[in-house]
Design a binder for this molecule. Structure first.
Ligand code: GLC
Ligand code: MG
Length: 545
C-alpha cells in the first residue's frame, strides 16, 4: 500500500516535471491603461479606424411609446446597453419620412424624421445623448433616388415643363441606349422604366418603381443633394453611410462608379472635410473588392464595405481551408491605397442573418465575427448579431425582412422591445436569444462578443496595425498577426470543426512568447518558428509583445 502510494507520487511528480519541461514559461506583458488608450484612439481625425460601429434598424430596436414600432426615444433608452457592449458609433438606417416601399430607402423628405420614429427634436436629443457617452452617430445618405412621394418628384412628374422637369430621368419610350443598365437584382423586379400617366412619359428607376432615380446630369440636383448632406452635417451628425453611391450617374457603357460619379464623390468629400472629424463609408457595389472607393486615399471614402468577406464568408467557413478566409484581406492589403480602411460586416439589413449564413452552426458565426473583429478594417455589427438573432418569417416589405425583426432585450412579454404588438413578428427562438438570457450565460454569443470587444478596446494594433498572414504547415489553421509600434498580437482560428490541431508556422519570428488573452489554445516559440495548438473550430488571441 505504502509502496503503491509512493510509486503513484513518483509517477505524478515525473509527469508533472516532464509537462513543465514542455510548457512555455508563463508570460504576462505589462498592461497599459486601456480606457485611457481607448479615449486617445477614439479622439481626433482617425477615430473611425479604432471605433466599433453598430448598424441600427430604428424600427426594430426599441419601442418607447407602445405602438409596436421602434423609435428614437427607444434607441436613446438603449444607449447604455450599447455602451456596455463596447459600441463607439452608430449607423442609423434611414429615419426619414417614407411610404416604406423599400423600408425607408425611399425617402419622401430628406430633412425630417419619420413620425413613427419621432421628430427632429428627438434626433437632436439622440445626438447629444450619444455624444455625451462618446458614441458617434452616422446617418444613411440615400442619394441615388428619392421616393415617388418626394416633393421633387411630385413636381417633376406634373408636366414636361415645370422647374424640376429634368430632376429625374424621363423618356418617351421605356429604355435608352445611353443608359446601359437595368435593375440591380430580382428583389426589385426587372423593369427599370415606369410610365407616369400624368406626364405621359417613362421614368428610370434602378430599384422599386417607388424609387425614381435622380438625374445627376442636372447641376441643380447635384447642388440640392449636397445641400442635404450639409443639412445633417450642420445638425451635428458624425458622417454618412452612402447608399449605392456608385450608381448616381448612368452612361452608355455602364452605370457603376463611372468618372462622373467619382467626381460627385470628391465634391461630397470636400464638403465633409469642411467639418472636423466627419467620415463617410461607401456601400460598395463591387463584391470583388472596395479599393476603387478610396480614390487617392484622401479624396473619396474613409471606409468602404468589403463584401467579398462580409457577404460571402459563409462559403469559406463551410470548408476548412484557412486560405479561403484570408483571401479577401490579402486582396485588400494588396489593392487598397495607403490609408484606406475597409468596413467589415458579417451581415446587414440586406442579407440573411449570420445565423443563416453559418448554416446554424454556432462556431461558424462566432469565428466569422472573430475574423471581422480582428482583421484590418472597422467592424460594423448589425444589431442582433451579438445575440445570434434568428431569422423571422413574416414579410411586410420583402424577403429581406427575415433579418429585420425586433431586437430582444428581456424574457418579459414583448421581449422588452414593445408593450404593444410588434410591427413584424419576432425571429425564431426569442426565449433563447434575448439579452437578459445571454448576458447571464458565459457561453452565449453575447458573452463572446462582449469579451472580444473588451480585449480589442484600447489596443491600437487592431484599429491600425499592420497585418501579416502566415501559412501554417496545416492548411486548416489560420494564423495572422497585427502589430502596432509597440505591441503585437497573434490570432489563430481552427477551421476544422471536428478536431483540434497542432501546427507549426515556419518563419513566424515572434518577438516574444504568447500570452493568451482570448479563447483557447497554446502558442510556443521554437526558434524562428511558432507552434500553435487550437481546439476544433477554436479561436484564440495571444499577445507576443
Ligand atoms: C442599398 C440598401 C438597400 C436598398 C437599396 C436601395 O443597397 O442597403 O436596403 O434597398 O440600397 O436604396
Ligand atoms: Mg414606437
Amino acid at each position: 500500500m505504502r509502496l503503491l502510494a509512493g510509486t503513484l507520487a513518483l509517477i505524478l511528480l515525473c509527469s508533472c516535471s516532464s509537462d513543465a519541461a514542455d510548457a512555455p514559461p508563463p508570460v504576462t506583458y505589462a498592461e497599459k491603461d486601456r480606457p485611457a488608450e481607448a479615449k486617445r484612439l477614439l479622439t481626433g481625425r482617425d477615430w473611425y479606424r479604432h471605433a466599433v460601429f453598430y448598424e441600427v434598424n430604428i424600427r426594430s430596436f426599441q419601442d418607447a411609446d407602445g405602438d409596436g414600432i421602434g423609435d428614437l426615444k427607444g434607441l436613446i433608452s438603449r444607449l447604455d446597453d450599447l455602451q456596455a457592449l463596447g459600441v463607439d458609433a452608430l449607423w442609423l438606417m434611414p429615419m426619414y419620412p417614407t411610404p416604406f416601399v423599400d423600408s425607408g430607402y425611399d425617402i419622401a423628405d430628406y430633412r425630417d424624421i419619420n413620425r413613427d420614429y419621432g421628430a427632429l427634436a428627438d434626433f437632436d436629443e439622440l445626438l447629444s445623448k450619444a455624444h455625451a457617452r462618446g458614441i458617434r452617430v452616422m446617418v444613411d445618405l440615400v442619394l441615388n433616388h428619392t421616393s415617388d412621394q418626394h416633393a421633387w418628384f411630385t413636381e417633376s412628374r406634373s408636366s414636361k415643363t415645370n422647374p424640376k422637369a429634368d430632376w429625374y430621368i424621363w423618356r418617351d419610350t421605356p429604355g435608352d441606349p445611353n443608359i446601359g443598365c437595368g435593375t440591380v437584382n430580382d428583389t426589385f423586379g426587372k423593369d427599370a422604366w415606369k410610365l407616369d400617366p400624368t406626364r405621359n412619359q417613362y421614368y428610370f428607376h434602378r430599384f422599386y418603381a417607388g424609387q425614381p432615380d435622380l438625374n445627376y446630369r442636372n447641376p441643380e440636383v447635384v447642388q440640392a443633394t449636397l445641400d442635404v448632406a450639409k443639412f445633417w452635417l450642420d445638425r451635428g451628425v458624425d458622417g454618412f453611410r452612402c447608399d449605392v453611391i456608385a450608381l448616381l450617374y448612368e452612361s452608355k457603357d455602364g452605370c457603376d462608379f463611372i468618372p462622373e460619379t467619382q467626381e460627385y464623390i470628391r465634391k461630397l468629400r470636400a464638403l465633409l472635410d469642411g467639418y472636423p472629424d466627419r467620415v463617410m463609408v461607401a456601400e460598395s457595389t463591387d463584391y470583388s473588392g472596395s479599393s476603387a472607393y478610396y480614390g487617392t486615399g484622401k479624396d473619396m471614402f474613409h471606409m468602404a464595405f468589403n463584401f467579398q468577406y462580409g457577404y460571402l464568408w459563409g462559403l469559406p467557413f463551410a470548408g476548412n481551408a484557412a486560405k479561403n478566409v484570408a483571401r479577401p484581406f490579402e486582396d485588400s492589403a494588396k489593392k487598397n491605397p495607403e490609408g484606406a480602411q475597409d468596413g467589415l460586416v458579417i451581415g446587414s439589413h440586406d442579407v440573411n442573418r449570420a445565423f443563416v449564413a453559418a448554416r446554424e452552426i454556432e462556431s461558424r458565426w462566432l469565428r466569422a465575427a472573430f475574423v471581422q473583429l480582428t482583421m484590418p478594417g472597422t467592424p460594423y455589427i448589425y444589431y442582433g448579431e451579438e445575440l445570434a438573432l434568428r431569422p423571422g418569417t413574416q414579410v411586410v416589405v420583402d424577403g429581406r425582412d427575415s433579418a429585420r425583426t425586433p431586437m430582444l432585450w428581456s424574457k418579459a412579454a414583448g421581449f422588452g422591445f414593445t408593450t404593444g404588438k410588434p410591427w413584424i413578428a419576432f425571429g425564431a427562438e426569442p426565449e433563447k436569444t434575448n439579452l437578459e438570457v445571454e448576458k447571464a450565460d458565459p457561453k452565449s454569443t453575447y458573452s463572446f462578443y462582449r469579451k472580444l470587444l473588451s480585449v480589442r478596446r484600447g489596443r491600437e494594433a487592431f484599429g491600425g496595425g499592420a497585418l501579416q498572414i502566415l501559412a501554417a504547415d496545416d492548411p486548416t489553421v489560420l494564423f495572422y498577426t497585427r502589430a502596432s509600434s509597440d505591441e503585437t498580437y497573434v490570432m489563430v482560428v481552427g477551421m476544422d470543426e471536428d478536431d483540434g490541431h497542432t501546427a507549426t508556422v515556419a518563419g513566424a519570428n515572434l518577438p516574444g512568447d504568447g500570452q493568451l488573452l482570448f479563447g483557447e489554445g497554446a502558442l510556443v516559440r521554437e526558434g524562428s518558428a511558432a507552434k500553435v495548438t487550437i481546439p476544433a473550430a477554436g479561436t484564440a488571441i495571444f499577445r507576443v509583445r
